[in-house]
Design a protein around this ligand. Sequence first.
Ligand code: PLP
Length: 621
Amino acid sequence: HAVYAIDRWGMDLVSVLPNGDLGLKNPLSPDAPVVSLPSIIHGLQERGIHTPLLLRVSSFLEQGIRSINDSFAAAITRVGYKGQYRGVFPIKVNQQAQVIDRIVEFGRPYSYGLEAGSKPELVIALAHTLASDALIVCNGVKDAEFIRLAILSRKLGFNTVIVLESPKELETVLEVVAELGQEPLLGVRVKLTNQISGNWAESSGDRSTFGMPTDQLVAVVDRLRETGLLHCLKLQHSHLGSQIPDVNDVRRAVGEACRYFIELTREGVPLTHLDLGGGLGVDYTGEKTASENSINYSVAEYCANVVETVTYALDEAGLDHPTLVTESGRAVVATSSMLVFNVLEATLYDAHSAPEPDASDHHLVTDLAAITEYLSQDRLQECLNDATFYRNELRALFRRGYIDLRQMARGERIYLHLMSKIKHLAPEVGTAPEIDAHLEKLADIYHCNFSLFQSLPDVWAIDQLHPVVPLQRLNEVPDRRAVLSDITCDSDGKIDSFILADGVSGSLPVHTLDDSQPYYIGAFFVGAYQETLGDLHNLFGDTNIATIELRDDASFDLLHEQEGDTIAEVLSYVEYDPRDCVAAFRKLIDQAVSERRLDARDRKTLMAAYRDSINGYTYYE
Ligand code: PLP
């Protein structure tokens, strides 16, 4: 199993058990036994919860919250920082009620708050009981209703900060303040000029869509002073970016944010909070390098860099240390859930045996078969060239009608048999690139029960890499390589980039399927952004979701279960009334019965099949 690099990316969450099962470790209880993931899946199946399944592990989430809060606390103590850390979780990263409820619960001892980027998210935030000194930070475009809600929520004890995104937004705030006669708690979003590297480079720097450049900032300060509300401006927000690969980018951007903080303070703005937004990354590949799917730092190092940079900058300016706020989402929730799916069947691009020679074979079929006679490790390339040539000639003759279907099938089978021999002969390392590329194209297609578009949208949209591994038989040498295709009818619906020990590969090492037992595969670290970004391509809906807790006796507790969408539910999302569908179908049936095209028994079976489908899971059952 070393090929999957589980020890590298699995952190303190995942490992392999001696029986070959992938196991989950409780990060909060390091001495507790590792719990077999296949046994969790079987346990859930017994309770009627089937794959595809999104599995959330409660202690993984708690660990995410503890990790950032404890790391900031440790850095603050070590550096002698005089302020506090008051993080907020950005709701957009995972809005699901079960997740937010737990984040609020686990975060309460840390006075952890919430970030709302829209009115619906503020509505969610205000439905929770936060610690009395926790923040609700409101970002994004805000209308008068949003602002009214934010201002009045302070009467309920919420510390709701309206982060001004533009001078125009300030005018709306001023109107609502005049209407309510209530003072707001204000923040201001500053656009940093520093551009961060990585996949989300465009969310930072001059061309980022949010935040005010300096001239607008000055205009906002002047307007607040003029209207007598400058004392309400308490927080400076400078979003650093997302999935920042290089920790030195963090230092540079925080340094720039501090310059604004110092200058605004010198302007007379009574700032007390410095909010550095998101950006703390996740090491999806475990490589610890500054690249798109990896980062070259730990959570502790990120926190230390932030605290040190702010300390040095403000000490030098002779200013008090502000309360530090970050809006890390990905690093808090990504590792807390995984997608588990079963393989339905495999399409193979090789064959274990070739047909016996036949006197009536076309000479091209005989030529193809003859390649085995000179096939050897030092003539691999030549054999591959010959096989490709003869097979292409055969296909050309078939297209022109000179070869029949059976001859063609014999030729293709001989070709596939040759390919499996070439695969076995090819050395593990040092193969010519052309042979490598050819063998890659011979990877099996494992057809899997999930929708990439619904469950792993970033894999499709931005080539995000998630660790993907078989969940069982990890003590057996994987004897095949496969690309994973989903069950949408879209050829984009596949995973063909995998994190392996020797780098990213176009195919995943897998085991020959055994029809007597299911073969499960897991995609890890899918807790951030994936759930809400997912869509209904081919009308595959939400998967089943289970939230579990790992127990010290190597079993688990089911904390919450959420059934996946039924077909009726997804139909209603696309404007159908499922009852109308049933009625329309019944009408067609009755017409067929009256015209004697359908008897009473078939009528009953057909109606039941339609009803069962409409009330059932959208995935393969
Ligand atoms: N805050 C703001 C304003 C954001 O735009 C984002 C995401 O880009 C975040 C927080 C969360 O960022 P991350 O998930 O990288 O921590």
